[in-house]
Design a protein around this ligand. Structure first.
Ligand code: NAD
Ligand code: LMR
Length: 336
C-alpha cells in the first residue's frame, strides 16, 4: 500500500492520445528506471480526445512498472499543476503538400493557451524544471511561448523552454551511416536544419545530397503515410532519448548535468564565457549542443563547431546564411 506524503516526480504529456503521445507514453511507462530521489513517478496524460485517451490509459496501466503511476487528467489545470516536466505534443500534424509553417496558426493558438495555463498552475518557485515543445513549427512555437512568459514577467520559466529537434540528429545518423561523427544544428524545418557533415572524402554536392535527405526526412514520412499523419514512432523514440536524460538529471543522485542538443533561446541566461559567434548576432533561438544543470537551465552553450563552419565555405557562405535568414523569419513569426 502506498504511504502518505510520498514524494512524486510528475511528468505531464499534453496530446497524449495522439500518434507520438501513445508511443512515447509506452516508452516512458515501460522504460524509465526507478527514480533515486523520489518515491514514485506520476505520468499524467491529457488530451482533448478523451475517448482515445481513456483507452490508452487503461491499456498502459497493465504494464507492471509499479513505481510509475498513470493519471488521466480531466482538465489541463490538473495535468499541469505541480509538474516537473511538461511535454507538449498537442496539435495538428502535417498532411502531404503542407509545410510546418502552415501549422503555425492553429498550433500557435494551442501553445499560447498552454503558456497561460502553465503560468497559472506553476507559480514562481514551483517544481517545474522543463517544458519541451515537440509540436510544430518548433522554430516559431518556442519563441511564441518564451515571449508569452516575458510578457507576463515569468523570467523563471523562460530558460526552461526547449524545442525538440533530435529527430534530425537520428536522421543524420541514419543517412550518413555514422552514429557519432556529425551533429545537426539550427532549427527544425527545411533550410534551417544544418547537418554538419565532417567527411573529407565527400564532395560538397555529395554532402548536399545527404543533407537534403535529412532536411526532408519529415516530408518523406508525411508522403509515405498518405494523409495519415507525420513521423510518430521515430519521434517517440527520439523524444524518449531526450526525456530519459532530463529524467535522470532530475531524479538521480549522480547526474548533475547533461550534454544535449536542443532548440533554445541562446541569449537567455547570463552564461559566463559563452560568446555567440558573430554570424549568429541577430539569431535569438538556435539548436546547439548545450550543458544543462540540475535546475533545468543551460549552464553553457557549445559553439565550438562554428570554428569548423566558419573555415568551410560550403557552410559559411551557403548553408548557414540561408539557415539564418529563414530562422530569423520563423522566430519573428512566433514573437509577433
Ligand atoms: P496527432 O494528431 O496524432 O496527435 C495530436 C494530439 O493532440 C491528438 O490526440 C489531439 O486530440 C491532441 N490535441 C489537439 N489539440 C489539443 C489541445 N488543445 N489540448 C490537448 N490535446 C490536443 O499528431 P502527432 O503525430 O502526435 O504530432 C503532434 C505534433 O508533433 C504535430 O504538430 C507534429 O507536427 C509534431 N511533430 C514534431 C516533431 C519534431 O521533430 N519536433 C516530429 C514529429 C511530429
Ligand atoms: C518531422 O520532422 O518528421 C516532423 O517535424 C513532422 C513533420 O511535419 O515533418
Amino acid at each position: 500500500m502506498p504511504h502518505l506524503n510520498q514524494s512524486v516526480f510528475k511528468i505531464s504529456l499534453i496530446g497524449a492520445a495522439g500518434g507520438i503521445g501513445q508511443s512515447l507514453s509506452l516508452l516512458l511507462k515501460s522504460q524509465l528506471p526507478k527514480p533515486e530521489i523520489y518515491d514514485k513517478v506520476e505520468l499524467c496524460l491529457f488530451d482533448i480526445n478523451k475517448d482515445v485517451l481513456n483507452g490508452v490509459m487503461v491499456d498502459l496501466s497493465h504494464i507492471d512498472t509499479l513505481y510509475i503511476t498513470l493519471k488521466l487528467s480531466q482538465d489541463i489545470h490538473d495535468c499541469l499543476h505541480n509538474s516537473d516536466i511538461i511535454i507538449m505534443l498537442a496539435g495538428l500534424p502535417r498532411r502531404p503538400g503542407m509545410t510546418r509553417d502552415d501549422l503555425f496558426h492553429i498550433n500557435g493558438t494551442i501553445i499560447n493557451d498552454l503558456a497561460l495555463n502553465i503560468m497559472k498552475n506553476n507559480p514562481s518557485g514551483s517544481s517545474l524544471k522543463n517544458i519541451s515543445i515537440v509540436s510544430n513549427p518548433v522554430n516559431s512555437l518556442v519563441p511564441l511561448m518564451v515571449e508569452t512568459f516575458k510578457l507576463y514577467k515569468r523570467e523563471d520559466l523562460i530558460s526552461k523552454v526547449y524545442g525538440v529537434t533530435i529527430l534530425d540528429q537520428l536522421r543524420c545518423n541514419h543517412f550518413t551511416g555514422n552514429m557519432n561523427q556529425n551533429i545537426v544544428i539550427g532549427g527544425h524545418s527545411g533550410d534551417t536544419i544544418v547537418p554538419v557533415i565532417q567527411d573529407n572524402e565527400l564532395s560538397d554536392d555529395e554532402k548536399l545530397e545527404i543533407i537534403n535527405k535529412i532536411r526532408f526526412g519529415g516530408d518523406e514520412v508525411v508522403k509515405a503515410k498518405k494523409g495519415h499523419g507525420s513521423a510518430t514512432l521515430s519521434m517517440a523514440y527520439a523524444g524518449f532519448k531526450i526525456f530519459k536524460q532530463f529524467y535522470s538529471l532530475f531524479t538521480s543522485i549522480e547526474t548533475n548535468e547533461i550534454g544535449i542538443t536542443l532548440y533554445h533561446e541562446i541569449d537567455s541566461c547570463a552564461i559566463t564565457g559563452n560568446v555567440k559567434p558573430a554570424i549568429l548576432q541577430n539569431v535569438r533561438f538556435f539548436s546547439i549542443p548545450m550543458v544543462i544543470g540540475k535546475n533545468g537551465i543551460p549552464i553553457s552553450f557549445n559553439f565550438e563547431i562554428f570554428k569548423y563552419l566558419m573555415n568551410n565555405e560550403f557552410y559559411a557562405k551557403k548553408l548557414l546564411p540561408t539557415c539564418i535568414e529563414k530562422i530569423i523569419e520563423n522566430i519573428e513569426t512566433g514573437i509577433e
